[in-house]
Design a protein around this ligand. Structure first.
Ligand SMILES: Cc1cc2nc3c(=O)[nH]c(=O)nc-3n(C[C@H](O)[C@H](O)[C@H](O)COP(=O)(O)OP(=O)(O)OC[C@H]3O[C@@H](n4cnc5c(N)ncnc54)[C@H](O)[C@@H]3O)c2cc1C
Length: 368
């Protein structure tokens, strides 16, 4: 293996995406990160590589990663990588990084990625920016991003011309956005939450020409210090907010009768073909489980329709839903900040407005 020195920044080249699979099923975050990684790789003029770990995975399925932008996929195949262990995955990924020296490594901020990313960053002696919401290498593109998302005087600010990865993430409870760089060490590592980046359309030609390199990692049972005795899946089916076309979310505005408020949201979601989300106020109260939470510390969604019922529009909530195509807000306070981001706003009591909405939608559907 070539000598590894994280400070020898010139020796590192290429963009990598850790492609997470579970039980052979590729997680959608992998496609989102490949789509984003493709843009970065194009700007840098380098290869985009996916890294998949597992045992006996379907290789056609791995080739499909080319359809989302990968030029090359490293498939680390070992019985010791069948189930995730921090030790096994971290060793296999770090060994590969030390050998091939990518300049950027993107990992999904899933439960698995949040465990794997920091472990690898520490081992490789480099930095990691967690929960990024925006990534750029090109300075002009970064300036354009600032022009549209901030009130900074971009044209009168001096920017250093370089291709460091500019990793932007919410900071101080979402009250400001911070852009972090890792100029002295490589690889530059970042985790991104599922749903933040958009998946580009699948490209058959990309899948046909992707190069898959199957590698047997140098792993032995002694490298893994835990033994998996059993995997117990949660009996509860978690709500799929990220993939939903329509999300109807409830906030503390349902506090006078939470059960009725949630039933109304479920009924409205039912007629619109959507699922129920919530503000943190609702999940903190235990009226809905944490997997329903939308926002900075919950899920980031961009459905076709987002309905906010009795949600004030705190910055941390907005951070998770502002990119929805159409936002409909119902709130009895006409000054509520949610109306600043809403496409349509209804000022009124949700317990009165929602039954009427349901009635009208049903009538329109019946007439079609
Ligand atoms: C670090 C940090 C992370 C956070 N992460 C998140 C996050 O991920 N997601 C999130 O949601 N929050 C998050 N929060 C909390 C956030 O700051 C707000 O406290 C929370 O979003 C408020 O929830 P809400 O809008 O439901 O409640 P409130 O702010 O209490 O608003 C309730 C709204 O309901 C309206 N209302 C009341 N009764 C009715 C009625 N009958 N009909 C119609 N409208 C009615 C009121 O006018 C009001 O606007 C975070 C906070 C911090 C500090």
């Amino acid at each position: 293996m070539a000598e590894f020195n994280a400070m020898d920044t010139a020796a590192f080249k290429g963009v990598w995406v850790f492609c997470e699979q579970r039980e052979g099923q590729m997680q959608t975050i992998s496609y989102q990160l490949l789509s984003e990684g493709r843009k970065l790789a194009n700007d840098l003029g380098v290869e985009l590589c996916g890294v998949v770990m597992g045992s006996g995975l379907n290789e056609d399925y791995i080739k499909a990663l080319g359809g989302y932008g990968a030029d090359r996929v490293y498939y680390l195949d070992s019985p010791l990588l069948k189930d995730y262990t921090t030790d096994g995955y971290a060793k296999a990924l770090c060994d590969l990084v030390m050998d091939k020296k990518p300049e950027i490594v993107l990992i999904g901020a899933t439960n698995l990625g949040r465990d794997l990313g920091p472990r690898c960053a520490a081992r490789l002696h480099t930095g990691l920016t967690a929960d990024c919401t925006h990534l750029d290498v090109d300075v002009e593109k970064y300036k354009n991003f600032l022009r549209t998302t901030s009130n900074m005087d971009v044209d009168n600010t001096k920017f250093e011309e370089n291709t460091n990865l500019k990793m932007t993430r919410p900071a101080f409870g979402g009250h400001l956005m911070a852009t972090i760089i890792c100029p002295r060490f490589r690889p530059q590592m970042s985790t991104v939450r599922p749903g933040v980046m958009q998946t580009q359309p699948y490209d058959e030609a990309g899948a046909a020409k992707v190069v898959v390199e199957k590698i047997t990692p140098a792993l032995s049972a002694e490298d893994i210090h835990v033994e998996i005795l059993d995997i117990k899946k949660s009996a509860k089916k978690l709500v799929d907010l990220i993939g939903a076309d329509v999300v109807v979310s409830v906030g503390r505005g349902i506090s006078s009768d939470p059960e009725k408020g949630i039933a109304l949201a479920e009924e409205l979601a039912g007629v619109l073909g959507g699922v129920v989300g919530a503000s943190r106020a609702v999940t903190d109260e235990g009226w809905l489980s944490a997997d329903h939470q939308v926002g900075q510390t919950g899920k980031t969604v961009h459905p076709r329709i987002y309905v906010a019922l009795g949600i004030s529009g705190a910055i941390q909530h907005i951070a998770g839903m502002q990119d929805s195509e159409t936002i409909i807000a119902v709130n009895k306070n006409e000054g509520a900040p949610i109306f600043d981001v809403a496409t349509y706003g209804l000022v009124g009591d949700l317990y009165k407005v929602v039954p009427e909405l349901i009635k009208q939608i049903r009538a329109i559907k019946a007439a079609q």
